[in-house]
Ligand binder design. Structure first.
Ligand code: GDP
Length: 358
């Protein structure tokens, strides 16, 4: 990733500006002309502020017709996944952003269904991509795979709930998980630090793999290295959301008005909202690459291991316009060869079994 593509926090703090106009530096020009596609999933109990945060992040109302169910409805609720797509344009750069919301998660008494439908949704997108990739029209594939999942953690508990642990464990091999502490404004600085520490310890002791921010190249400039260091230090990001513009000392800010003052969403001293947005924007391409090279490949291998026929891949379609990137390309080719070998072995075993049956 080139240095110009990365803007330090202060440059993207401007309200009313999301900051993805620098994406052309991250992606190949062709993808930029077509528009940049990204799918974000938000998961967490309802009421934690997911929809508010998504709207704050992209300065758009993604859920204009949302109906919040009452408690009785919730008890029997089956998790329903809503995908909303918005096209945002900044300085001529188009971002086709899909946000998949999972309303009702954790509301029902039995959460087995929540897991099942979310996992099924992710797998369905992989399956669709797999089919499209081996089809004739693969140049025009719409990539609906989930590139990132914000997992919302309640600020009211003392750490992760068993449901959080269970869910993240089931998902970490399928999607890039970014843990987020919701409604940061309800905690004092000390409480926040304690909760962050606890959450990180629990993530580690339960062997949960969250999205790792990639290491910086040694030739990156110091400013960028510092930015990545700060982002790393802030995980799990403690965020607030607000869709109202308030006036504070003559400035218009996005914030939450309380009797004792205003919580400014975009003030780094108040919460990690800017850091979360910076992380997302500056790592969009990496999140896509990890989805392609790790999670999607896992899905393909698993499908192969189950003996299901995997359509033959032509070339990696999403990244085919990009020049070879050394190591990553080699690893991909090796994986391809390994998959082909496994496929041949399975075919041989099947033939042998059929012979034995006759
Ligand atoms: P969702 O069900 O997770 O999508 O939650 P919503 O976005 O609908 O928010 C639920 C309630 O929490 C609403 O009353 C919001 O105004 C409020 N809310 C949203 N974000 C925040 C926040 O950052 N802090 C606080 N204190 N409340 C919030």
């Amino acid at each position: 990733m080139s240095n110009e593509s990365l803007k330090p926090f202060r440059n993207i703090e401007t309200p009313g500006y999301v900051g993805f106009a620098n994406l052309p530096n991250q992606v190949h020009r062709k993808s930029v002309k077509k528009g940049f596609e990204f799918t974000l999933m938000v998961v967490g109990e309802s009421g934690l502020g997911k929809s508010t945060l998504v709207n704050t992040l992209f300065l758009a109302d993604l859920y204009p017709e949302r109906i919040v169910p009452d408690a009785i409805e919730k008890t029997h609720q089956i998790v329903k996944l809503d995908a909303s797509t918005v096209e945002i344009e900044e300085r001529g750069v188009k971002l086709r952003l899909t946000v998949v919301d999972t309303p009702g998660f954790g509301d029902a008494i039995d959460n087995t269904d929540s897991f099942r439908s979310i996992i099924q949704y992710i797998d369905d997108q992989f399956e669709r991509f797999l089919r499209d990739e081996s089809g004739l029209n693969r140049r025009n594939i719409v990539d609906n795979r989930i590139h990132c999942c914000f997992y919302f953690i309640s600020p009211f508990g003392h750490g992760l709930k068993p449901l959080d642990i269970e869910f993240m464990k089931q998902l970490h091999n399928k999607v890039n998980i970014v843990p987020v502490i919701a409604k940061a404004d309800v905690l004092t600085k000390k409480e926040m630090l304690r909760l962050k520490k606890r959450v990180l310890e629990e993530i580690e002791s339960n062997g949960i793999k969250i999205y790792p921010l990639p290491d910086c190249d040694s030739d990156e400039d110091e400013e960028y290295k510092e930015q990545v260091r700060q982002l790393r230090e802030s995980v799990p990001f403690a965020v607030c959301g607000a869709n109202t513009l308030l006036e504070v000392r003559g400035r218009k800010v996005r914030g939450r008005l309380y009797p004792w003052g205003v919580v400014e969403v975009e003030n780094p001293d108040h919460c990690d909202f800017i850091k979360l947005r910076t992380m997302l924007i500056t790592h969009m391409q990496d999140l896509q690459e990890v989805t392609q090279e790790v999670h999607y490949e896992n899905y393909r291998s698993e499908r192969l291991a189950k003996g299901a026929p995997v359509p033959k891949r032509q070339t990696p379609s999403v990244f085919e316009e990009k020049p070879p990137t050394g190591d990553k390309d080699r690893i991909l080719q090796e994986k391809e060869a390994e998959l082909r070998r496994m496929q041949e072995m399975l075919a041989k075993m099947e033939a042998q079994m059929q012979q034995q049956q006759h």
